[in-house]
Design a protein around this ligand. Structure first.
Ligand code: BES
Ligand code: MN
Ligand code: ZN
Length: 491
């Protein structure tokens, strides 16, 4: 038996006997009207009684009622004051509602969308429903029948035809996040460089994208001395996969992702506790693959290229070492001062090559580049840096619209000092931990050419330790939504 994800559908409001309903109330008056009034009537006034007895509709407040009357359960979600409600809080509220229903053993949930009274609520309800219920169960084989499963969520609206487009779009976006999470969660013995490259090819074929694969020998011929060095220690050969989507006119937006399928640290080996979970080091690449897929499925009117750098950072007699000096695709020499700063090396060649080849209007890269992200901004905010304020502004706006959190750090040229080597043009790691996010980005800046460039460091936000709101324990799929929104709005 295989575990099945919750199916989410849109339908006309119909509250039938025996069903379980999730409805929302806000602090703006606690009004029970429209379809919620019907629910109240069918449930022996359970909703009005809950309000009378202390349900305040505070933000995130959840109340599960088992009313006398015709309905099985009524789940009330508080929205706080609608004007103060942020998109992420909205999505998390719906997700927590779905999780509560599932824990209570409910197998089918009806969401009363009209009770939310929030503009464009379908998007948030769909995302909350799909992301909140999604789990990575592929490798669980025992007792699956005992796992509580919410089989279906029906989002009920007055006029489904009017909401269909918003619903379909939200589903494409949620699917992209779910698939990103699944692939990032997939272990390194299953998702190596070859498997991820095949996965990229599959996405390209399914969405009629052009796909080019650079193999190790191609990269050697091209003079990509950095990514090939990182891949040397592994039996899984390094690769670059380039996907192209043609939906508009003009030069493309270039999306670059770090895909280190496992990061042992190399000879600067990561210790226990730090080496675990380094399967998530491919998240940048996986993110960009699903962003370009979603962009294609949405039919966005833009040209987009995704270039993902795949390598495994391992230890062997073939592996690269500290003190090696490498020559990058753009001719710059790099002294390896730490084999664990491999992400910037695989990105250096991928950036330099794809920028030269595709002459993009703008470049955005995403990478689990540094652990320093945690010191800088903690667990839920992704640092963004770059060379172009307008581009960064567009990404920040996209993040705001989706409810994801990004925060800009400076990229003043003084930070570049720390990346200078005594013997080569650059070194790949600074002497100390100071400003790790920024110095990592300063290194990358040498390889992006003249195009406006922005860099997202998801070193910390890639992963969640909590199972709360739209997040599950495990890969988050962070920035997938932001990047899709960014490309959608690209002009
Ligand atoms: N993949 C890691 C960054 C990372 C660390 C992501 C922990 C998620 C959790 C990256 O390759 C790395 O090892 N970075 C080093 C850079 C340092 C050697 C300059 C780091 O952050 O310690
Ligand atoms: Mn590393
Ligand atoms: Zn890494």
């Amino acid at each position: 038996m295989m575990h099945k994800d919750t199916t989410v559908v849109l339908s006309k409001t119909m509250i039938s006997a025996g069903s379980s309903v999730l409805a929302a109330l806000s602090e703006d008056g606690l009004k029970i009207s429209g379809a919620l009034k019907v629910v109240d009537g069918m449930s022996g006034n359970a909703v009005s009684l809950a309000v009378k007895n202390g349900f305040k509709a505070e933000k995130g407040e959840l109340k599960m009622l088992y009313p006398a009357g015709k309905l099985h359960a009524v789940l009330l979600l508080g929205l706080g004051k609608r004007a103060e409600l942020k998109q992420d809080q909205f999505i998390d509220g719906v997700a927590d509602g779905a999780k509560a229903a599932r824990s209570a053993g409910i197998t089918e949930l009806h969401v009363l969308a009209d009770s939310f009274g929030v503009k464009d609520s379908i998007r948030g309800i769909t995302l909350g429903s799909m992301l909140g219920t999604h789990r990575f169960m592929k490798y669980k084989t025992k007792d699956l029948a005992k796992v509580k499963n919410l089989g279906k969520i029906t989002i009920m609206v007055e006029d489904p035809a009017k909401q269909q487009k918003a619903f379909d779009e939200a589903k494409i976006v949620a699917d992209a996040v779910k698939k990103t999470r699944d692939m990032v969660n997939t272990p390194p013995n299953v998702a190596g460089t070859e498997e991820v490259a095949q996965y990229a090819k599959k996405i390209a074929a399914e969405n009629r994208l052009k796909c080019t694969l650079l193999e190790e020998k191609d990269m050697e011929k091209l003079g990509m001395g950095c990514i090939t060095a990182v891949g040397k220690g592994s039996a899984a050969k390094p690769k670059i996969a380039i996907l192209e989507y043609n939906g508009g006119a003009g030069k493309p937006v270039l999306l670059v992702g770090k895909g280190v399928t496992f990061d042992s640290g190399g000879y600067n080996l990561k210790p226990t506790n730090y080496i675990n979970n380094m399967k998530d080091d491919k998240a940048g690449a996986i993110t960009m693959l699903h962003v370009i897929e979603a962009v294609a499925r949405l039919g966005v009117k833009a040209n987009v290229v995704a270039a993902v750098a795949l390598a495994e950072n391992m230890v062997s007699g073939m592996a690269y070492r500290p003190d090696d000096i490498l020559k990058a695709y753009n001719g710059m020499t790099v002294e390896v001062t730490n084999t664990d700063a491999e992400g910037r090396l695989v990105l250096a060649d991928t950036l330099a090559y794809s920028v030269e080849k595709h002459k993009p209007q703008a470049v955005v890269d995403i990478a689990t580049l540094t652990g320093a992200t945690m010191i800088a901004l903690g667990h839920f905010t992704t640092p963004i840096v770059g060379t172009d304020e307008k581009l960064i502004g567009q990404l920040k706006e996209a993040a705001d619209a989706t409810g994801e959190k990004v925060w800009q750090l400076p990229l003043w040229e003084e930070y570049g000092e720390a990346m200078k080597s005594d013997v080569a043009d650059l070194k790949n790691s600074t002497d100390g931990p100071d400003a790790g996010v920024i110095t990592g980005a300063m290194f990358l800046k040498n390889f992006v050419g003249e195009a406006p460039w922005a860099h997202l460091d998801i070193g910390t936000t890639v992963w969640s330790k909590a199972d709360k709101g739209a997040k599950q324990k495990g890969a988050t799929g962070v920035c997938v939504r932001t990047l899709i929104e960014f490309v959608k709005n690209w002009k």
